[in-house]
Ligand binder design. Sequence first.
Ligand code: ADP
Ligand code: ZN
Length: 721
Amino acid sequence: MQRVRLLVFNAALGPLDYRVPEGMAVEPGSIVVAPLGPRQVLGIVWEPERLPSADVPESKLRALFEVLPVPPFSMALRRLIEWTADYYCAPLAAVARMALGSMAALKGGGTTTEYRLTGHEPARLTPQRAAAMDALHGEQATIRELAERASVSEGVLRGMVGAGLLEPVTVDLDRPYPKARPDHAKPDLEPDQQAAADTFAEAVRSGGFQPFLLDGVTGSGKTECYFEGVSAALASGRQVLVLLPEIALTENFLRRFEARFGVPPVLWHSSLKSSERRRAWRAIVSGDAQVVVGARSALFMPFARLGLIVVDEAHEVSFKQDDGVRYNARDVAVIRARFEGIPVILASATPALESMQLAEAGIYRKIELAARFGGAELPAIEIVDLRTSIPERQRWLSPRLVSELKDRLLKGEQSLLFLNRRGYAPLTLCRSCGHRFQCPHCTAWLVEHRLSRRLACHHCGHEVPLPDKCPECAAPDCMVACGPGVERIADEVAERFPEARVALVTSDTMNAPGKIAEFVEAVENGMVDVIVGTQLVTKGYHFPELTLVGVIDADLGLEGGDLRAGERTYQQIAQVAGRAGRGEKPGEVLIQTRHPEAPVIAALASGDRDSFYEAETQCRRDAGAPPFGRWAAIIVSSEDEAEAREAARAIGGTRPNLPDVMILGPAPAPMALLRGRHRYRLLINARRTAELQKVIRQWLGDLRFPSGVRVGIDIDPYSFI
Ligand code: ADP
Ligand code: ZN
């Protein structure tokens, strides 16, 4: 009799053993359906020696139901799942689930039904149907997805199908993607670009694990260089995974990819509709998807023949996932490349200190591009001291910045104003009683959004309409907005320069891929004079007519005292500065600050990146911070404050006493209330020699908590709230 051990997709269950019925073929990695009590579970066949569990006698084993018609997860992927679960102290099942991506795709290919408007427009419509008709132009999706898109019930749409307003369309889930052509439009590379490109292409051709740090100034053509690695993979029939830090950047990437290879790549991200997910997942598994571009969730996809991984803008903190499995996609990408035996390229103009350190140590091979493409100069940087160039009351642009803006408007050139804060104002208070609007579920102020006339919490999404009187003292029209958000900056520009065409770019205005495409097109066609944006506009874009960048508040990121505050500020400002002067006209950057003497500001002003990295490195070394020491956080939360406090105290009370591990807390987390949960935190600082994960597992392994308590472990944390 053949027996198998399953890793089941349910983190609450341990490994389970089953009997393989006569005639069923399974191997490690096969995805199977098995009975569990009266129900069924989905599982992956795993090597029993790697998944220890008490042996069940043969007589008790139940038989597997079926093997799903998808290729088994490869050995490399199984080892990656184990590594990730082990390193990040996460349940194996939770990690494995990330590789499944689309549950529906497991059932096989074939066809599915979507709906679209028929074009028939009756003379009279109910208001709901009329709204749906408006919202669904050019859309095709399942009834459920269309209902969500149009904000109407599924019933309304089914009625419209009956009335001949919507029609079914059969979608073939396994229709192949058009093939990319490795030599479709090869660019003429400059000598240093060519050298980098050759290195990548050669590494792809010869195979084997090789991590690269592609460190090139903004506008140096990093994308063009790693595209030659992509081209080599295409030519040899291998797949490529390109990770981008956020979906907002894919628009730009898609266009460049299509120009280079003749067809768009395959997209993978969380807002794909279900038929796209199924099609993409199946093509990834079969090997038909040649190049997949996605946010971090694409990292665990079960590729058939992966030949190269690229992590673009690799310094970005959004590669770190902060809920569910708390992993860092940049780091796990390197581990995946190691298990797959393939090259991996981390590309950035401002690499993370951790990556620099690994390059220095010779673990990553550093490839440098020191100059901008086509002889474009890096922009001139000027520090504007807000203590001497003072904005008027309730205004945020200094006289110096205003005068440069005016100059660009006169010359017909474009400007970009950067402030990393959504909404109109970060704090609203009552003029008569001082009441501050606070989120009831979080330790956070509500942010005024004037465009949508709401107060919103940026942590949990709680929203209320802008009240017309104070909820505390009932004074009418008493609300005062304190401080600026991007909406307020856009207002100021509009007031000062009524004729200027302003584009406001934040996740509130760019909430669909189409909007980003529209924005990019408008800027490229010279329809925009001033862009006002959050970090969404700091990277990826190439606007040759943009010659002025204004950083509204360089000090913003330095508050809070986070371990990476200096580095993050440096990266963000260097990136946004990198948008200026990418064409023939030189660029200029004005950085508004109250602390011109702060090391990061001084480094930006002098362009002395090396000495900034050196100083930061020294600080980290002195503090035993990464990459020289290690951090981990334990976050205990519950809806019940006393319960959270008790659990945190219990954890604190059983802390191990080890020479190479220092444990701080428990203490209320800086965000003591988040999404309605009370939070306590312990911070662990360990020497590199300590077996950090083992210590934590042993420490927490035997503790039991009430069911309302969640204990989250964050290895190498990025967020210290
Ligand atoms: P980075 O990612 O390093 O900021 P990009 O790859 O975006 O730089 O390149 C900047 C711009 O220069 C892009 O518009 C790109 O198409 C162009 N470019 C770079 N290298 C070349 C080249 N060899 N030939 C033609 N255009 C190039
Ligand atoms: Zn909130």
